[in-house]
Write a protein that binds this ligand. Structure first.
Ligand code: AMP
Length: 118
């Protein structure tokens, strides 16, 4: 059994978060340490630790994460100028919280997709 993270507590509203959207499948809230004018995390309500753990039965929630990202981008007024969706998996990508989350970032020009540093 995968261990719950702080995100499960946010989903159950046991700890405070700036929740922008929640339905039966996903929850979206502002990142506590914003890296851009808009920085929102969109997560499935059930625990999937990493992208490597995705099963076919998760596809409905994962699809909902995408449509909620598009809806929130429109609501934030960044849809036309553009934004980036980021999913980090494991150590090389710098994943810190082991409950899949999609970062929705935008609000200014985001620069190159990847750092050239290695
Ligand atoms: P990652 O590096 O992809 O695992 O990203 C984890 C993200 O979760 C970081 O951007 C953190 O700032 C964010 N984060 C961690 N704890 C919280 C929290 N309690 N509320 C909102 N965002 C959080």
């Amino acid at each position: 059994m995968a261990e719950e993270t702080i995100f499960s507590k946010i989903i159950r509203r046991e700890i405070p978060a700036d929740i922008l959207f929640q339905d039966e499948l996903v929850t979206a809230f502002r990142d506590i340490s914003a890296q851009a004018p808009t920085h929102i995390l969109i997560i499935p309500n059930h625990l999937i630790p990493t992208i490597n753990d995705i099963k076919a039965s998760d596809e409905k929630a994962l699809g909902r994460m995408m449509s909620v990202a598009a809806k929130l981008a429109r609501e934030e007024g960044i849809a036309e100028d553009g934004y980036r969706l980021i999913l980090n998996c494991n150590e090389h990508a710098g994943q810190e919280v082991f409950h899949i989350h999609m970062h929705l970032v935008g609000g200014h020009s985001l620069g190159p997709m990847l750092s050239k540093k290695r």
